[in-house]
Design a protein. Structure first.
Length: 299
C-alpha cells in the first residue's frame, strides 16, 4: 500500500491536484508580471532595484487576490478527467485574473477618482498601495464566494460571476463615498482621497480593513441564496439586496465592537490627525474579525 493509498488519494486525484497546482503557479507568476506590464515598468527593477515598497504592496495584493480566487476555482475530485479539470481551473483562474484587473481599473476610475493611483504607487506612496491591495483582495473574496456558490462550468456560471462582480464594484464605490462623507464631516471638509495622497497610512489601513470586511460579508450573503442558473435578474437583485443588508449589519456591529474594544479613545483624532498606525491596525483587525464572525454564523 502506497502512502497516497494510505490517505485515500487515488492516482487520478493525485493527477488532478498536480494539474490544479501547476496552473495555479503559472497564473500567480503571470499576475506578478502583469503588475509591471500594466504600468509599463519592469517589475524586477521596481521590486529589487528601486526597492519600491508601494509597488511591492500593490503586487502582493494582486497575487493574494488571485490566490483567493483560485481556492474557489479548484474542483478536485469533482472533475471527471484531467482535461476537464485543466479547462475548468484555467477558465476560472483566467476569469478571476481578468476580473481582478478590471475591478482595480474601475476602483481607480470611479471610487478613488481624484488621483492617479499608478503614478503614486510608482512614486512609492504606501498609503495608496495599501488601499489598492485591499480593493483587489475584497474583489477576490466576492469572486471566490460566487465560484463556491455557483455550479458547473457553463455560460450561466460566468454570467452569475459577472453579476456578483458588478454588485461588488457598486458596493465598493458606495462604501468609499460613505467613508469620504464621514471623514469630511469630522475634518472640516477635508478630503479622504487627498489624505491618502499625502501619505496617511493609518487612514489607509482603516480603509483597507473596511473593504476586506465588505468582501467577506459577500460570503455570508451567498448562504441566503439558492443558485438558479438561468435566473439572471433574480440572481443580480439577490446579490444586491443581501450585500446591502450584510454591509449595514457589518457597519453597525463594527461600530459597536470598536466602541467596546477601543473605549475612551478618540479614533478620529488618533487615526485621522495623529496618523496612529498601531491603532488603525487594531481597527482593521476588528473590521475583519467581525466580518469573519458574521460569515461563520451565516454558514
Amino acid at each position: 500500500m502506497t502512502l497516497f493509498q494510505e490517505f485515500g488519494i487515488t492516482s487520478q486525484l493525485a493527477g488532478i491536484l498536480a494539474i490544479d497546482l501547476g496552473i495555479a503557479v503559472i497564473l500567480l507568476a503571470l499576475m506578478r508580471y502583469m503588475q509591471g506590464w500594466s504600468v509599463k515598468v519592469n517589475s524586477n527593477e521596481e521590486l529589487a532595484v528601486r526597492d519600491n515598497f508601494a509597488f511591492g504592496i500593490s503586487t502582493a495584493g494582486a497575487v493574494a487576490a488571485l490566490g483567493i480566487v483560485l481556492t474557489g476555482a479548484i474542483t478536485g475530485a469533482a472533475a471527471h478527467s484531467y482535461v476537464q479539470e485543466a479547462i475548468g481551473m484555467s477558465a476560472y483562474g483566467i476569469c478571476g485574473l481578468v476580473l481582478i484587473k478590471l475591478g482595480r481599473f474601475l476602483h481607480d476610475k470611479i471610487a478613488l477618482n481624484q488621483f492617479d493611483k499608478d503614478a503614486l504607487v510608482l512614486k512609492g506612496n504606501i498609503s495608496v498601495a495599501i488601499v489598492d491591495a485591499a480593493a483587489a483582495i475584497a474583489t477576490a473574496l466576492v469572486i471566490r464566494a460566487v465560484l463556491l456558490w455557483a455550479e458547473d462550468l457553463t455560460l450561466n456560471t460566468f454570467i452569475a460571476i459577472f453579476s456578483a462582480f458588478a454588485v461588488s464594484q457598486l458596493m465598493l464605490v458606495l462604501l468609499t463615498r460613505g467613508l469620504e462623507i464621514a471623514y469630511s464631516r469630522r475634518n472640516q471638509g477635508a478630503s479622504l482621497q487627498q489624505a491618502l495622497v499625502e501619505g496617511n497610512t493609518a487612514l489607509a489601513l482603516r480603509h483597507a480593513g473596511t473593504m476586506i470586511a465588505m468582501g467577506l460579508s459577500f460570503n455570508a450573503a451567498s448562504h441566503f441564496m439558492d443558485y438558479a442558473p438561468t435566473a439572471y435578474i433574480s440572481n443580480l437583485l439577490g446579490w444586491l439586496l443581501f450585500s446591502i443588508i450584510m454591509l449595514l449589519v457589518l457597519t453597525l456591529l463594527t461600530k459597536v465592537v470598536k466602541w467596546l474594544v477601543l473605549a475612551k479613545i478618540d479614533l478620529s483624532e488618533e487615526v485621522e490627525r495623529q496618523l496612529n498606525i498601531g491603532l488603525a491596525s487594531v481597527e482593521m483587525a476588528i473590521s475583519i474579525a467581525v466580518a469573519l464572525i458574521l460569515t461563520g454564523l451565516m454558514a
